[in-house]
Write a protein that binds this ligand. Structure first.
Ligand SMILES: [Zn+2]
Ligand SMILES: [Zn+2]
Length: 138
């Protein structure tokens, strides 16, 4: 019983007429060759799209998204914007990396061990010399 009901509902869904957005033709045939835009969900018959049957078969069978002309423009613009954002992000990241590398270099120079030792040794020698001088003076 459940199975029969489900079957009926599928048939009802398939019998829902499709209207071509361009020529406004109502297609009642469930096998009518129309493409649904993945963005605006409007339907377009292959006559208006100037598509051949093999082209339609390919588009309807493949998982590739199909967009009507106005939607395709919007989608492509978005893709371009996304690519631009991606490029900008990479640029910023590259700049940051460069800056970090420069900072690391600066830190390395400041904390250069031999230089620190030199400074310490110089001051030790200076101190001992001062002490020598003190002893000599006293
Ligand atoms: Zn049409
Ligand atoms: Zn569309």
């Amino acid at each position: 019983m459940t199975r029969r009901n489900r079957g009926t509902s599928v048939v009802v869904m398939n019998e829902e007429p499709w209207e071509c957005k361009i020529c406004s033709t109502i297609y009642k045939d469930p096998n009518a060759k129309l493409l649904e835009c993945q963005r605006c969900k409007d339907h377009f018959c292959i006559k208006c799209l100037n598509k051949s049957k093999p082209e339609y078969d390919l588009l309807s069978k493949s998982d590739s998204m199909w967009f009507c002309v106005p939607c395709r423009k919007i989608v492509e613009e978005h893709i371009v914007t996304d690519l631009k954002i991606e490029a900008r992000c990479k640029e910023i990241m590259a700049n940051y990396e460069q800056r970090i590398q420069l900072l690391e270099l600066a830190v390395d120079t400041k904390c250069d061990e031999t230089r620190v030792r030199e400074i310490v040794e110089e001051s030790i020698i200076k101190n001992s010399c001062d002490k020598d001088n003190d002893q000599r003076n006293s």
